[in-house]
Design a protein around this ligand. Structure first.
Ligand SMILES: Cc1cc2nc3c(=O)[nH]c(=O)nc-3n(C[C@H](O)[C@H](O)[C@H](O)COP(=O)(O)O)c2cc1C
Length: 284
């Protein structure tokens, strides 16, 4: 499937829902092209030109209104990703690149905080005013829409009605974690995280700090109890990484797998057949 970057809308008259029996999670529907969001800082450069039939995820249970109203749905996963002001923004480059490469991901709403921009500039050697998408990907992607979380608090993931699958914050500063834990929703990052929790979407917080103080630990408990997953940026060691890049790659593969986007090339304990196992452990 081609990269989307577009919120597909179903034309009400053309919705042809075919619910499968018990526990069905797919519906067949016809998509019409939809223009890029007018307020995105970075616009997707391509969007679909013609209607077509695809399998989509379902956001509404079948009911009488299904055929009458416009239903938002997605054929590929729509994710939000935030970069906050913590060290390790290079991990964000690996993660965003992997999401963009993955055919199962149709769209990424990227949000970079002001401190995140500081860290990007510091760790990549650019300026705080640089376009984060270019910094992270080396160019634009039709899959990625970039939002300024301070100036665009009402960007798409600020609403529970927006059909996104979940959100990953990488790296997640402990200050950002604290605000999420307290339910502060002043910026688009905090609000999107808040929406994930209330809508029971997956929220994965890749915290980066060491050591943790009691406030950090309490906030981590608080977000975990609210439904988020604290996924610290701690590398694996048993794959015997030879380079820092391998650490980033391994973490990214594991993170995407955790997000439900299973990867093939990562180290599986005691399964020497995987490429990652051969390449990495074989080098010893
Ligand atoms: C240069 C710099 C490095 C930082 N590194 C970290 C870090 O590694 N981990 C962390 O939890 N906070 C770190 N901080 C603090 C966060 O940026 C701060 O708590 C901020 O409020 C995080 O949320 P924000 O990005 O949404 O503004 C750093 C700040 C600066 C200026």
């Amino acid at each position: 499937m081609s990269a989307g970057g577009v919120l597909p809308r179903l034309e009400p008259a053309r919705v042809a829902a075919e619910w499968e029996p018990a526990g069905a999670t797919t519906v067949r529907a016809i998509f019409a092209p939809h223009p890029p969001h007018p307020r995105a800082v970075t616009q997707p450069s391509e969007h679909r030109q013609s209607a077509r039939t695809v399998h989509i995820g379902v956001y509404h249970r079948p009911n009488r209104a299904l055929r009458q109203r416009e239903v938002c749905a997605m054929e590929q996963r729509r994710l939000a990703m935030a970069v906050t002001g913590a060290g390790g923004t290079r991990m964000a480059r690996y993660v965003l690149s992997a999401l963009v490469r993955d055919d199962r991901v149709g769209h990424v709403d990227l949000m970079v905080s002001a401190n995140g921009r500081k860290l990007l500039a510091h760790e990549f050697g650019g300026a705080e005013t640089d376009d984060p998408v270019s910094t992270l990907l080396g160019g634009q992607s039709p899959k990625v829409a970039c939002w300024d979380p301070d100036r665009e608090p009402a960007g798409p993931p600020s609403s529970g009605s927006y059909p996104f699958w979940g959100m990953v914050v990488v790296p997640c500063a402990l200050g950002a974690l604290a605000r999420i834990a307290q339910g502060q929703a002043n910026t688009l990052i905090e609000r999107a995280a808040d929406v994930c929790l209330k809508e029971r979407h997956r929220l994965v917080l890749c915290v980066r700090e060491t050591p943790f103080n009691l406030i950090h630990l309490r906030n981590m408990t608080q977000v975990t109890e609210a439904g988020a997953v604290v996924y610290p940026m701690i590398p694996t060691y048993y794959n015997v990484p030879q380079t820092v890049d391998q650490m980033f790659e391994e973490f990214t593969a594991r993170l995407l797998g955790f997000l439900g986007l299973d990867q093939t090339d990562y180290y599986v304990w005691d399964v020497p057949g995987t490429a990652a196992h051969r390449e990495r452990v074989g080098q010893r």
